[in-house]
Design a protein around this ligand. Structure first.
Ligand code: EPU
Length: 418
């Protein structure tokens, strides 16, 4: 997708179906390397990060087939243990393959992912945890060379930060390690539970996922399974925000309100009406949003950092002062410059952003600084008067499946630039 032209001010009405969660699909695809058979993964989103994961799996010897939203991974003959620099650069979260490669092949070679658009994103916790499980990890000409000469062994790992990716890497590696692994201060995100459900479907023995302490009893190998990826809670929030700022009424099928309990009250506070069933959320808005929200991001079950840019863009369309505190990533306000270009008044002081909303934005030429920052630009442009031009939309393609088709199907006016 080269760029987007969005003509704002159109109300959104109708019904849409929510895609599967990127942050579930990616670790599940990494874990599929461990399965000495075929994983059939349903509700897998068609997004570029999934494409990169498939290319990594194929480069390691897996045979993959992606049709509709079902991805089949046959890892029976996987032998590879090296991820190319090109593939590592394309997706920071490819570090999630480290635990799986070590557990399956006994070795792994990859480049450290380095910093990214959200600030420094070190992988020290992943490395420390796998070393405690018996991996020997050295740096050689900028590549991480990892071996486990005596196999991986279960142990107790106390995480200093409830890191999502580290928890996932340990869970995957520990599933087939010798003995019992206990993760303390584990991440509790719904995507962790989804990964555990996939691994259990393959024969892993895991307890406590979704809680602070996860216990994994290693088994000798994992077998074939079928799994359905959970719906994407961040994409759900994106569509709710779109309706909130444009006005209209949209039913989002396949959404799980329980995964969004820290986020949904903000929309009600701003004046939207929400209705729920177990598997859908209906949002109704007159497009006149009240201001004054206070948001601070924390680990699940708190307010997710990935929703911060989306909610901040929404607050720009409200009338009043909103305050945001970003506690997870050091540099997650780069998108704010684009909103200010649209006429917003957002001031950033280190991890704090103050939004002085006056209920409107103007069209502008802006760029998607990163995935969720790109979603923030779309929300701003959908509400702005006139036609906005968004570039660098390849960031948006990393996590959103056909966002243009979905939004146009409920009344938005978005054209893809050729
Ligand atoms: N951290 C370290 N060392 C590490 C790992 C993490 O210091 O070895 C720090 C990070 O720098 C960050 C904090 O710990 O400050 C939390 O990072 P975490 O490891 O939890 O993040 P992640 O696993 O790299 C996943 C999601 C992100 C999401 C974060 C936080 C995936 C593929 N990515 O990243 O999703 O923001 O958890 O919830 O699951 C997105 O979808 O837009 C996205 C960035």
């Amino acid at each position: 997708m080269a760029g987007l032209l969005i003509t704002g001010g159109k109300p959104l009405n109708g019904r849409i179906k929510l895609q599967g969660a990127k942050n579930s699909a990616l670790p599940i695809l990494a874990a599929s390397l461990l399965c000495k058979g075929t994983s059939v993964i349903h509700n897998c989103p068609h997004i570029s990060d999934v494409d990169v994961s498939v290319r990594i799996l194929e480069s390691l010897g897996c045979v993959c087939d992606f049709s509709d939203n079902t991805l089949t991974v046959n890892a029976a003959h996987a032998k590879g243990f090296e991820i190319s620099d090109t593939l590592m650069c394309e997706m920071r979260s490819s570090v999630i393959f480290l635990g799986a490669m070590l557990a399956r092949m006994g070795k792994a070679v990859l480049s450290p992912p380095g910093g990214c658009e959200l600030g420094l994103r070190p992988i020290n916790l992943h490395i420390d945890a796998l070393k405690r499980m018996g991996a020997v990890i050295e740096e050689n000409h900028g590549r991480l060379v990892c071996n486990c000469p005596n196999g991986l062994k279960g142990c107790t790992i106390d995480l200093p930060v409830a890191s999502v990716g580290t928890t996932e890497n340990i869970m995957i590696a520990a599933s087939v390690a010798q003995g019992i692994t206990v993760i303390r201060n584990a991440a509790k995100e719904p995507e962790i539970i989804d990964l555990a459900n996939y691994l259990r479907g393959c024969g892993a023995v895991i307890e406590g996922d979704g809680e602070t302490v996860i216990r994994i009893e290693g088994v000798s190998s994992l077998h074939s399974c079928q799994h359905t990826v959970i719906p994407d809670r961040i994409v759900a929030a994106t569509y709710i925000s779109a309706v909130a700022v444009c006005g209209g009424k949209v039913e989002i099928l396949n959404a799980q309100p329980a995964h969004l309990h820290a986020v949904l009250p903000y929309y009600e506070q701003m004046g939207c009406t929400l209705r729920f069933t177990q598997n859908s959320i209906t949002v109704e808005s007159d497009g006149q949003l009240k201001g004054g929200i206070r948001v601070h991001t924390t680990e699940y079950p708190g307010f997710p950092t990935d929703t911060q840019p989306i909610m901040l863009a929404t607050a720009c369309l409200s009338r009043g002062t909103g305050v945001f505190v970003e506690n997870i990533f050091s540099n997650r306000y780069r998108f704010v410059a684009g909103l200010n270009k649209m006429g917003a008044a957002v001031e950033v002081y280190d991890r704090v952003a103050v939004v002085r909303g006056n209920g409107k934005l103007n069209s502008a030429d802006v760029e998607a600084t990163d995935l969720r920052g790109g979603a923030a630009m779309i929300i701003g442009a959908l509400a702005a008067k006139g036609t906005s031009h968004i570039t660098k939309t390849e960031h948006i393609d990393r996590g959103y499946e056909d966002i243009v088709g979905v939004l146009n199907s409920i009344g938005a006016d978005i054209a893809k630039e050729r």
